[in-house]
Design a protein around this ligand. Structure first.
Ligand code: ADP
Ligand code: MG
Length: 701
């Protein structure tokens, strides 16, 4: 009989574990098997050759690692402000270590005048440095040679029950020592391991837990990240391929009179190269016999509308109807007006439908849609209602994707036996790594170029002490005939205060800019929809010069004459939101401005956001910065990425590895779609096992 593999051992039988700790590991960290344990990667490594000196700390460090002793320990305060304070010194200086919780346990276990390594986030208060809830580890027992000691994620409970990072380390030590290469056989095809010069799977697991040096650590990380991302991409792409081969699409093989006629005679400007490229991609999709599922990303003002129109004309040329949906009435109206204007000379039946189209008009539209006399219909969600019937819908375009859910997209399908081609347009650029994950089963087109002659929006950062200058500037711009947006934050948690703030700002403006010379619109989420629409329409018609608003104006509104966007409390907005708001100006020929008003004191992240805004107008650069600052989990609509339970790869940092993984996944599936070749069976089995619990799969597309 072959010796039993350690992989099948119950973890309670590992030395240093036992039943009680095994239970705790399962409860606290969801670790139930040796495999789970091996995948419980260190989140940090202590390099015992590198310490900062207390005297050299400046306060600009985020995290610090220092070496020294606790010379005094004191409990201060009482009740909720009770805290344990340790004076910690190295040969150069002294700082405080502070605990607010677990005080008793720390007090009992901490050894005075004994050498510790301390790691934590440095804070400065009253010109004194301190670290709250530091990670601490005794120096003794650490070999003085250079080697990276793993630090494992733990919890208060685990710490108290003797599973602190040090005892976890001991468990891992004996586990990895018993591990044989046969326990962790290679799952990647050998040609890939060789081509990318990857460590073997066995080596990678050894070195991720106990790296002899940083070069080995990086090699182990690279291998494991790659494996994780490759598996994820194979899963996504296989899903996409299967879906596509199951679902037939209409074939639009003709580019006919409408498209050609419009293109050659009535197109009011030369398309940018990016627009041309995207139209080619769309044409190819719609002619392929498969259903198009394409995401079109393009910054505000990059000219997505004309791309939408040209795509619709192809549908019409092939005898089909097309629809364009927007998330709000105002946006839908604007689309209707501009598209109606574009196609006037073509004599095409065009209609508009929203909840506010009622009675006779509504019936006329519905009838014309059904009998096919309306070829292009533009509207809101109302188009998705059950009673809206098309004669032959071939293409559905959805503007501003994040307001439309997957369910709504699916509703379009029920309107036709063969699903229409779908084009989703968004002005919120999604970093490439996220697009490859979240929309991995959509094809992505990008308009990465603005029409020529557009002036860059100038972005400035103002503090309260420049308010007077700001008022003067507003006056100047209004005198030039321009219009101004002033946006206030409004979040649920502080709704009352926020509204009060907006109200105060509005009152102050009324005093500065009195009637009858000036008119000001005000719009916020607490108003009735009719009132909102009315106030917005006054601004659109230039009856008011200033629009004071909460973020309701964020999406899509087009007022080319508005040239100044002032954002109050800009530090409270996220980067992508700031960028969206800024996109409301810069739509006309005039020089436009975005002014970010903030308080004096800003957190490091806020400062970084404001700086990014002042430095660039490029939505993709901003999206990347946003991802970096917030992490992928926080970005709107990206929680699904948790679906894949990334254990080591980081979508914010591992773009290059992800790109390689995607390319290789594409190549594997190209040559072996079901991964049945012998060299692919191991990874196939691994993927099935890894994603055995992946259920809510539809929510990622
Ligand atoms: P968005 O991508 O934000 O929807 P729009 O489609 O509204 O952008 O286009 C913004 C403006 O730029 C519109 O006035 C449109 O007519 C104009 N435009 C679009 N493409 C071009 C182009 N290639 N050259 C010049 N102007 C263009
Ligand atoms: Mg648009």
């Amino acid at each position: 009989m072959p010796p039993m593999s350690i992989m099948t051992l119950k973890i309670e039988f590992l030395k240093g574990v036992g039943t009680a700790k095994a239970d705790l590991l399962a409860k606290e960290l969801n670790i139930r098997s040796v495999e789970d344990l091996l995948n419980h990667f260190p989140f940090r490594y202590i390099d015992k050759t590198k310490f900062q000196k207390i005297s050299e700390l400046t306060g600009d460090e985020d995290y610090v690692q220092i070496k020294g002793q606790v010379v005094q320990l004191q409990t201060l305060g009482a009740g909720r402000s009770k805290r344990l304070v340790a004076q910690f010194t190295d040969s150069s200086g002294q700082i405080e270590l502070i605990w607010f919780q677990g005080i008793k346990w720390i007090e009992d276990s901490l050894q005075l005048r004994t050498e510790y390594i301390v790691f934590g986030r440095l804070t400065e208060f009253n010109r004194k440095f301190s670290i709250a809830h530091p990670e601490m580890e005794l120096m003794v027992g650490h070999p003085a040679v250079s080697f990276l000691a793993p630090v494992y994620p733990s919890t208060d409970k685990l710490n108290k029950k003797g599973l602190d990072t040090k005892s976890q380390r001991r468990i891992f030590r004996q586990l990895t020592e018993k591990l044989l290469p046969a326990d962790l056989p290679e799952i990647l095809p050998l040609y890939i391991v060789e081509k990318l010069k990857l460590l073997s799977r066995f080596q990678a697991y050894q070195f991720i837990h106990f790296p002899p040096d940083s070069a080995h650590l990086h090699a182990a990380q690279k291998r494991l990240k790659f494996e994780e991302l490759l598996c994820m991409q194979l899963k996504i792409l296989q899903y996409k391929n299967r879906k596509q081969s199951l679902i037939k699409g209409y074939i639009f093989e003709k580019v006919g009179d409408l498209f050609n006629g419009f293109y050659s005679k009535y197109l009011p400007f030369e398309l940018t190269n990016a627009q041309k490229k995207v139209i080619r991609e769309i044409r190819k999709d719609m002619g392929s016999g498969k259903q198009m599922n394409r995401l079109l990303q393009g910054d505000v003002g990059s000219g997505k509308t004309i791309v939408a129109l040209l795509s619709m004309l192809i549908a019409l040329d092939n005898g089909f109807q097309a629809c364009l949906m927007a998330p709000t009435e105002i946006l839908a109206q604007q689309h209707f007006q501009s598209i109606e204007e574009f196609i006037k000379p073509l004599n095409i039946g065009i209609g508009y439908l929203s909840g506010s189209v009622k009675g006779k008009t509504r019936n006329q539209v519905l009838t014309a849609l059904k009998d096919g006399s309306i070829k292009i219909i533009i509207g809101t969600h109302a188009l998705l209602e059950d009673w809206v019937e098309f004669q032959k819908i071939g293409l559905a375009i959805i503007d501003e994707q994040h307001r439309f859910g997957v369910k709504q997209r699916a509703a379009l399908w029920s309107k036709s036996t063969v699903p229409p081609h779908i084009l989703v347009m968004t002005a919120t650029p999604i970093p490439r790594t996220l697009a490859m994950t979240l929309y991995g089963d959509l094809d992505v087109s990008v308009i990465d170029e603005l029409p020529p002659g557009r002036k860059e929006i100038k972005t400035l950062h103002f503090n309260e002490n420049k308010r007077l200058r700001l008022l003067g500037f507003i006056r100047e711009e209004i005198n030039k005939g321009r219009q101004i947006y002033i946006v206030y934050p409004l979040i649920e948690e502080s709704e009352k205060l926020d509204l009060l703030d907006l109200e105060n700002g509005y009152q102050a403006l009324l005093r500065e800019f009195p009637m009858p010379e000036y008119h000001i619109s005000v719009v916020h989420g607490k108003m009735k929809p009719e009132d909102k629409e009315y106030e917005m329409s006054r601004f659109i018609k230039k009856q008011t010069q200033i629009m004071v608003a909460t973020t309701v104006i964020e999406v899509g509104v087009n007022v080319p004459n508005a040239s100044v966007m002032i954002i109050e409390h800009a530090e409270r907005f996220g980067l992508s939101q700031l960028h969206q708001l800024r996109g409301r100006v810069g739509r006309g020929a005039d020089q436009s401005y975005c002014i970010l008003m903030t308080s004096f004191k800003l957190s490091k992240d806020s400062r970084e956001r404001i700086k990014t805004m002042c430095e660039t107008n490029n939505g993709f650069v901003i999206a990347e910065a946003d991802l970096r600052l917030r992490g992928p989990g926080d970005i709107e609509g990206t929680r699904q990425s948790g679906l894949f339970g990334l254990n080591i790869a980081d979508l914010a940092k591992d773009a290059a590895i992800l790109t390689t993984a995607r390319e290789i996944a594409l190549r594997i599936l190209d040559s072996d779609p079901e991964m049945n070749e012998p060299q692919h069976t191991a990874i196939k089995r691994h993927i099935d096992h890894r994603y055995r619990n992946l259920q809510d799969w539809s929510s990622i597309s």
